[in-house]
Write a protein that binds this ligand. Structure first.
Ligand code: NAD
Length: 274
């Protein structure tokens, strides 16, 4: 370990931090909201299992967390694949010895198209990663959380919950509404194990999600012009930052939210109240 890493390690002792000694598992940890949250959870004392499809940038997150003096491990996995997910979550639980916080966050916008043009394959891809991926993350984590309890946070969206003007996003919005219903079912079912489950619903956040967005020209056929009186982001006049979402994830992951479960929380700077 080099000197700089040693110094950072001394700078950030975990003792006394809200997640000291805890293990967090984050999906979609290599970019955007997942990356910012993995770093914030580590800053709060957690060791972090990083799940993502894309290696290089997730390895950068892994290195950054290790530089803080926490443990981190990257697992290369597609969240919609039941076999790889079962293996990855089990390996993570064995490696870290416990599972206290789970952030089911990986997601794509997928193909944006009118319903009559959207192929069943595109529908399945979006629902497979966003909704089935959330189910598989929670399903595989529960056996490792049951004994001690913990917190699960699911990244949903304003789309499908408070906003329905994302034209062409019927698959995405259905997956995001499904995640909130699933989180509420899970909150009730898992309360007996003292596992809390909440969903967060971000508005526009500046991330790399554009890489996983395939907007078709047919969307123009169904677009209804929507004009806001004061612009689309009343609070800060622009999209939010992943770090702002990470603050909410940390709150829900920690005991500061010990009586909060089964709810969705909007983080959109009042974008959807217009
Ligand atoms: P992002 O593209 O920056 O990050 C998403 C990460 O998920 C990427 O690292 C990607 O490689 C990973 N991923 C994608 N498919 C995967 C798969 N099959 N298996 C494993 N990993 C996979 O995007 P983001 O904006 O940070 O998105 C995170 C979540 O936030 C998503 O669920 C998204 O729907 C939700 N969200 C984003 C916004 C926004 O404006 N950015 C708004 C509301 C909700």
């Amino acid at each position: 370990m080099n000197r700089r890493m040693d110094e950072e390690k001394r700078d950030m002792p975990a003792v006394g931090l809200p997640l000291a000694g805890k293990t967090a598992l984050v999906t979609g940890a290599g970019s955007g909201i997942g990356r910012a949250s993995a770093l914030e959870l580590a800053r709060a004392g957690a060791n972090v299992c990083l799940l993502d499809l894309i290696g290089e940038r997730t390895e950068d997150v892994e290195e950054e967390i290790r530089g803080m003096g926490r443990e981190a491990e990257f697992y290369d996995v597609d969240v919609s694949d039941p076999v790889r997910m079962e293996r990855a979550v089990r390996a993570a639980a064995e490696r870290f010895g416990s599972m206290d916080v789970v952030f089911a966050n990986a997601g794509i916008n997928g193909t944006l198209a009118p319903i009559e043009d959207l192929t069943p394959e595109s529908w399945d891809e979006t629902l497979g990663i966003n909704l089935r991926g959330t189910f598989l993350t929670v399903k595989n984590a529960v056996p490792h959380m049951k004994e001690k309890g913990g917190s699960i946070v699911v990244t949903s969206s304003i789309n499908g919950n408070r906003k329905f003007s994302g034209f062409g996003m019927s698959a995405y919005s259905a997956s995001k509404a499904g995640q909130v219903a699933f989180a509420k079912m899970a909150a009730l079912e898992l309360a007996r194990y003292r596992i809390r489950v909440n969903a967060i619903c971000p508005g526009g956040i500046r991330t790399n999600i554009g890489e996983n967005t395939d907007s078709t020209k047919q969307v123009e056929k169904i677009r209804i012009p929507v004009e806001y009186p004061e612009g689309a982001h009343p609070l800060e006049h622009g999209p939010g930052r992943p770090e702002q979402v990470a603050d909410l994830v940390l709150f829900l992951a920690s005991d500061r939210s010990s009586h909060i479960t089964g709810t969705e929380i909007y983080i959109d700077g009042a974008e959807t109240l217009l």
